[in-house]
Design a protein around this ligand. Structure first.
Ligand code: HEM
Length: 493
């Protein structure tokens, strides 16, 4: 009866999708009740397994398509990406981030935001090379802090890696160690964005925000605009940083030279802000501040999610941990400076990160909408205007038909050319997305993950408590394991 009632009440919405398979919706929630029995990406993966690569579902009376067929995902994200725009969760995220932000803007504004983004404007490799040792020092110091604090009791990894990533990003983007208040503002903004993503758009459009949120938002954007103004005043006119194989990014224009720019930065500022200004950016101060500040929302949760997965999986695979440590001790000795080449080429490190991103992709699914002003087709099926599409990364990464033992953490699967055959952004492995809207911070994220994991694994021992179990939390669009508590001690030389 609830099935017949649903179909009859929603017959107009059902008709365009009548030729598509899917779970039978029932009145009044459609298929949404299934989301109460586990995470949406797990339910969607079940439906993909049961019904195929393009599945029709109803969330209440709103239709949506679950897309897991790699060729159709390719059409949406790569070949026909201009047709499928981002809709959800834009209303939820404004004004945590701005409407013009790269994350949620669409063509034509997106094109300029992408082209002018600092991470697209400067050459990545010399920047990473210059940042390597200062960032390594920051990460080592934070790790020693974990050792001190865990003497009093095990630490929740979820909190620690988020703070660590935030501090590392502060160093990398602004050249500063920022006070705890910045982290509190960040969490206030992120919590607001995260719970708004759970709410209907009509509520979000009422734009009700707590006084605490408003204070945090003003302080957040004002502070970063001030940093940009200060940096611009110090750096003088722009010149170009283009050396492709340099190990340092050294500003040489007037007003720079050997002048100490910031006690934390030293004489050769290598943070993204200063490097971008030295390179020359078309962005106004407020736009540049926004682009850099939004990087925290893009990367802190997803990088800490990947780090947590890697550390937990390694702790449960002693053979893999031993192999990684042997490689780190050989390629990146603890008592010597590291080079970007050695960090990037350390294969066991690279394979652990790929495998962590495969087995638990931080962004398990994401959303697109078909054009709002016209019909289109996908896989030979007619889509009414504004059809919501769920792009299933989770399923692609863990599909039995493609991956051998997909639920097993096995970094060695990436050996013998497998990593080259299935690079980032390929049909079954796309933790950073695919096509022109793939993650703009992907290269930096990999640099940061390699460095953080190398520092933590080579310098420290981490012992999880016997009751540690990964309990998934979905926060700001990112899947993160909570419930992992560990004690940290220095690793004997
Ligand atoms: C392990 C770490 C990360 C993962 C797994 C990840 C994943 C992703 C994915 C899957 C997308 C595409 C989503 C879609 O197509 O709807 C994306 C986009 C984006 N990411 Fe990341 N990301 C990570 C780190 C970062 C970092 C460190 C930054 C900034 C420094 C960043 C900034 C962005 C931005 C701005 C976009 C939007 C790009 C656009 O639409 O043009 N992400 N990320």
């Amino acid at each position: 009866m609830p099935r017949t009632l649903f179909r009859w009440l929603n017959r107009a919405k059902f008709a365009p999708f009548a030729d598509l398979p899917g779970p039978e919706p029932t009145w009044p929630l459609g298929n949404a009740a299934a989301f109460g029995r586990g995470w949406p990406w797990e339910r969607c993966a079940d439906w993909a397994r049961d019904h195929g690569g393009l599945v029709r579902i109803f969330l209440g009376s709103s239709p949506a398509l679950v897309v897991s067929d790699p060729a159709l995902i390719g059409e949406i994200l790569v070949e026909r990406w201009t047709e499928f725009h981002k809709d959800a969760p834009c209303a939820a995220l404004v004004p945590v981030i701005t409407r013009e932000s790269l994350f949620i803007s669409n063509l034509p504004a997106w094109k300029a935001a992408r082209e002018n983004h600092p991470l697209r404007q400067i050459p990545a490799e010399p920047w990473h090379a210059a940042l390597l040792e200062p960032l390594r020092a920051t990460l080592g110091e934070l790790g020693r802090g974990w050792v001190e604090r865990s003497a009093a009791g095990p630490l929740e990894l979820f909190d620690q890696t988020q703070r660590m990533t935030f501090a590392a990003f502060a160093r990398a983007f602004w050249g500063r160690a920022v006070p705890d208040t910045h982290y509190d503002w960040f969490q206030t903004l992120a919590r607001t964005g995260s719970w708004r993503m759970e709410l209907p758009d009509w509520w979000n459009r009422l734009n009700w925000f707590s006084p605490r949120f408003r204070r945090a938002r003003t302080a957040w954007y004002d502070t970063y605009q001030q940093y940009v103004r200060e940096a611009r005043a110090r750096t003088g006119p722009a010149d170009s940083v283009t050396q492709a194989d340099s190990t340092a990014v050294t500003p040489t224009g007037p007003g720079r030279g050997t002048q100490a720019i910031d006690p934390l930065v030293g004489e050769t500022p290598c943070d993204l802000l200063h490097v971008t200004l030295a390179h020359g950016s078309p962005l106004a101060d407020a736009q540049l501040a926004e682009a850099l500040a939004t990087n925290y929302f893009g990367g802190v949760f997803s990088c800490s999610s990947a780090l947590n997965t890697a550390l937990w999986q390694l702790a449960n695979a002693p053979g893999e941990l031993a192999r990684l440590r042997a490689a780190l001790d050989r390629d990146l000795p603890r008592d010597q400076p590291w080079t970007i080449a050695a960090l990037t080429r350390c294969e066991p490190l690279d394979h652990v990160i790929r495998e962590a991103l495969r087995i638990a992709p931080p962004v398990p699914m994401y959303f697109r909408s078909s054009p709002s002003d016209r019909e289109t087709t996908l896989g030979g099926h007619r889509l009414p205007p504004g059809t919501n599409l769920f792009v299933m990364q989770w399923y692609a990464h863990r599909e039995d038909r493609f991956w051998e033992d997909p639920h097993v953490f096995r970094p060695s699967r990436w050996e013998n050319g497998f990593a080259n055959q299935h690079p980032y952004g390929s049909p079954h492995f796309f933790p950073f997305g695919r096509g022109p809207r793939a993650c703009v911070g992907g290269d930096f994220a990999l640099f940061h993950l390699r460095l953080a994991l190398a520092v933590l694994v080579s310098a420290f021992d981490c012992v999880f408590t016997p009751d540690s179990r990964p309990v998934t939390e979905f926060f700001f669009g990112v899947m993160m394991p909570r419930g992992l508590r560990a004690r940290w001690t220095p690793r004997p030389a």
